[in-house]
Write a protein that binds this ligand. Structure first.
Ligand SMILES: C[S@@+](CC[C@H](N)C(=O)[O-])C[C@H]1O[C@@H](n2cnc3c(N)ncnc32)[C@H](O)[C@@H]1O
Length: 194
């Protein structure tokens, strides 16, 4: 991936937010979660996850924070040849994603901080950090997981403006970074390049 990757990601995000990029995802993704008010507002960043996976064609995707599996399914269908590993400390969440029955997804029930050592250095093509939203946890995830990302890889982070702690963690990131406005309401969404 070239150093322009962050700019490309930002352009795709902007295109989605402005309505310039059409939603070409499978019908299944357009309807999933539509009856759930709390995920309707997340639709744009889920669309971005699909588009970014489709764009970079990763081999290995790691997500911390599975929840209902909506980000996982967008990543998995965005690039069907990728292996998507999603980690959540609640077994209910792992079960929910597993129930979506995607052949390229592996769910793990664990504290994300305990799982980083499972991955080889520079082996992860796409990392999405979206688990416990505190300064301490996000900072520790960055410390443990970023060495696992291959050089030039773009790391996506959700909820970066959610509260003071998340803002502090985001501000501490020393890599080139950009915020993607309008992707997740007022909670914020950002990316940095390793
Ligand atoms: C914001 S939700 C994830 C949303 C999901 N990525 C999406 O966009 O559809 C956060 C998830 O992180 C999980 N979580 C919280 N603390 C965690 C930890 N220490 N390790 C792993 N997962 C954690 C929660 O159980 C919750 O399901």
């Amino acid at each position: 991936m070239t150093s322009a990757a962050l700019g490309t990601a930002w352009e795709i995000s902007n295109g989605i937010v402005r309505g310039e990029i059409q939603d070409n995802r499978p019908e299944r993704l357009k309807t999933i979660g539509q009856t759930d008010w709390s995920t309707r507002s997340c639709e744009l960043y889920h669309r971005f996850l699909f588009a970014w996976a489709e764009q970079i064609q990763p081999s290995l995707v790691v997500e911390t924070g599975t929840d209902r599996g909506y980000s996982g399914i967008n990543l998995a269908l965005g690039c069907a040849s990728a292996k998507v590993i999603s980690i959540d400390n609640r077994s209910l969440c792992s079960d929910q994603l597993a129930e979506l029955d995607l052949p390229n997804v592996e769910t793990i029930t664990s504290d994300s901080l305990k799982m980083a050592e499972r991955f080889q250095d520079h082996s992860v093509d796409l990392l999405f950090l979206d688990s416990h939203h505190t300064y301490e946890h996000l900072s520790k995830e960055i410390e443990l997981y970023v060495p696992k990302v291959r050089r030039g890889g773009v790391v996506l982070v959700d909820d970066i403006t959610m509260d003071e702690g998340m803002v502090k963690a985001w501000d501490s990131i020393v890599y080139p970074k950009r915020t993607f406005d309008g992707m997740h309401g007022t909670c914020g969404f950002g990316a940095f390049q390793v």
